[in-house]
Structures are given as structure tokens and as C-alpha cells.
Design a protein around this ligand. Structure first.
Ligand code: NAP
Length: 291
């Protein structure tokens, strides 16, 4: 049996749908709320819910738990590792962060979790996910109102770019790896994904000029990119939770420094035809402007 956590989220939900479409698998979704399409409650903030939620799982797809302060995420993820061990799960597949994100502030919790998983008494596969194309589209959308008025998309990227990947492509890789991991466990053969770390970096990189182009298409008026200082961008984030502002500035700094452009990706080993991130960004921006 395969259990997937976080199925009320976009990634976990897509993985659940993908696994349900594979014939011959017993698949159970888990969510912190325990309702909707999920049949089990797995609230990482309530460790007592977890062993029960993972009971009987041969394979656990552990979707990282959202955006929060580091101490909260570490407590959540530590509880998942402990409960998976207690429930006798044989193979855990963790949705981590790609190598290009090593210097992002969110990397701390991901690498800490990878270390805890590596020490645990089950097989592990790290799916080191690249930055979602949907995140880049969100950055374009954040500047859309002002771009519509001024014809300028202002963002603190300098000349930097970020490699991005469609979230549904990451879900498709997770579905394949989980189904194969389960099939190896069931057949009692060596587990091909055990101990493996896959870098699922995007194959296309976008910068300020690319996002201005997407806004040009979506708004039907010329939009040009102009970089702004990080300090100015930080002031505009004042309405966010402190940790969100911190993670966002960290993302901007990394793009600006050119650190988020990937050098290697394992994506082609899993997908014949990754989705076009350009088309996806344009579609998300268009629908965001209509909605
Ligand atoms: N690579 C990237 O660009 C990128 C961007 C954003 C986020 N991420 C990471 O990837 C994960 C999945 O992304 P997404 O797009 O699906 O995010 P999302 O739609 O915002 O969903 C948030 C996720 O966090 C989970 N979560 C929050 N609180 C939880 C709790 N107390 N216990 C268990 N799970 C909890 C949710 O699960 P339930 O509510 O179903 O329990 C859901 O899976 C995120 O949680 C985040 O760690 C990556």
C-alpha cells in the first residue's frame, strides 16, 4: 500500500490523482484536515495522528509541509520520520529541494530532514524538486497591476534567472518513483530507487525580461523589465509574515546572484517531454489576471 501526505495541497493532490490512475495499486491519501479526498488524518503538528495514518504503508510519499518558521517545520518533519519508523514503513519518498536552492533559507529544513531520513531504518528516495514555474508566474502576477498602469515590471532580479519546472511534472516523477518503489517491495527484488537522490531541476530558466514578456502577452500592452534594489523590494514585503518575507528576500537574493540557475537535472531520465514552462507561466498569468 502507498500512503501520500499533504493531499489537500497542489503537489500532494496531483500525486494522489496520478497514483490512483495506476492500475493495481492500493493508494491512500492523508491530510492534516483528514477530510476531502483524503481518508486518513496525518497532521504533522499532531504527532499522535501519524503512526495510525502510516499504518500498513509499504511506501510513504512524504510531501514537505508548507511554509512556516524553521523550528515548526523541523518539529513537523522530525515527527514524520519517527512515526514512519514506528509504523514499519519500508520506503519513504521525500519531496525535497534541488541543489540550485542550496543557499535559499528554506534549504535548512529540507537538508535537516534529508539527514534525519538517512539515519532512519527504512529505504529513502529524495526527490529534490526544482522551483515551480507556478512560483515564477506568481512573481509576475505580483507585479501585474503596476505593470498594467506603468508598462514596467519592477523586480529585484538584476540579470539573474531561475530554473523552473512545472509542478505537475514533479508530481508525475513522484508517481512513477512511488509506483516502482511499491512494485519492488511487493516483488521482493532489490529496490531500484533506494538510497537515490534525484535532482529534478527545471530545464528552462526565467528572469525579469521573460516575466515582462509574459505580462506583455497577458495584458496586451508592452511591458518592460526594470530591476529594483533588494532593500526597496524588502520594504514592499512588510505586510507578510516575518518568515515569509525572509524566505522571499532569500529567493530574490539567490536569483540576483545567479545561484538558482541549474547546472544538472535528472528530469529527462523520467520525462520524455517536460511541459513548457513558458506556456505554463503565460497561462497562469493570464488566468490570474482574469480571476
Ligand atoms: N519547489 C517549489 O517551488 C516549492 C514552492 C512552494 C512550496 N514548496 C514545498 O512543497 C510542498 C508542496 O507544495 P504545494 O505546491 O503542494 O504546496 P501547497 O499547495 O501550498 O500545500 C501546502 C502543503 O503543506 C502541507 N501541510 C501544511 N501544514 C501541514 C500539517 N500540519 N501537517 C501535514 N501537512 C501540512 C499541506 O498538506 P495537508 O493540508 O493536506 O495536510 C500541503 O501538502 C510545500 O508544502 C512546500 O514545502 C515547494
Amino acid at each position: 500500500m502507498i500512503v501520500i501526505t499533504g493531499v489537500s495541497g497542489a503537489l500532494g493532490g496531483a500525486i494522489l490523482d496520478g497514483l490512483r490512475a495506476v492500475e493495481g495499486l492500493e493508494v491512500i491519501g492523508a491530510s492534516s484536515s483528514g477530510d476531502g479526498t483524503a481518508v486518513r488524518r496525518a497532521d504533522f503538528d499532531r504527532p499522535e495522528t501519524l503512526e495510525q495514518a502510516f499504518a500498513g504503508a509499504d511506501v510513504l510519499v512524504f510531501v514537505s509541509a508548507g511554509y512556516a518558521e524553521d523550528d515548526v517545520v523541523l518539529a513537523r518533519h522530525g515527527a514524520v520520520v519517527q512515526a514512519a519508523a514506528g509504523a514499519g514503513v519500508k520506503h519513504v519518498i521525500y519531496t525535497s529541494l534541488a541543489a540550485s536552492g542550496e543557499r535559499l533559507s528554506i534549504a535548512l529544513a529540507h537538508r535537516w530532514t534529508e539527514e534525519r531520513l538517512a539515519e532512519a531504518p527504512f529505504d529513502v528516495t529524495m526527490l529534490r524538486n526544482g522551483i515551480y514555474a507556478e512560483v515564477a508566474a506568481g512573481m509576475a502576477l505580483a507585479g501585474a497591476v503596476s505593470a498594467a498602469e506603468s508598462g514596467v515590471f519592477a523586480a529585484p532580479f538584476g540579470d539573474g534567472r531561475v530554473s523552473v519546472v512545472a509542478r505537475d511534472d514533479l508530481a508525475a516523477v513522484a508517481v512513477r518513483v512511488a509506483a516502482e518503489a511499491w512494485s519492488d517491495v511487493a516483488a521482493g527484488v532489490p529496490r531500484r530507487h533506494a538510497g537515490r537522490t534525484y535532482e529534478l531541476e527545471g530545464l528552462g530558466a526565467v528572469g525579469g525580461h521573460d516575466l515582462a514578456l509574459a505580462l506583455t502577452g497577458a495584458l496586451g500592452r508592452p511591458v518592460e523589465y526594470r530591476t529594483v534594489p533588494l532593500g526597496e523590494a524588502r520594504r514592499l514585503l512588510a505586510g507578510l509574515e516575518a518568515y515569509q518575507a525572509g524566505h522571499t528576500v532569500s529567493m530574490f537574493s539567490n536569483i540576483n546572484a545567479g545561484l538558482l540557475e541549474a547546472r544538472h537535472s535528472d528530469l529527462p531520465a523520467f520525462l520524455d517531454a517536460p511541459r513548457s514552462v513558458w506556456d505554463l507561466i503565460e497561462a497562469v498569468v493570464k488566468s490570474g489576471l482574469q480571476g
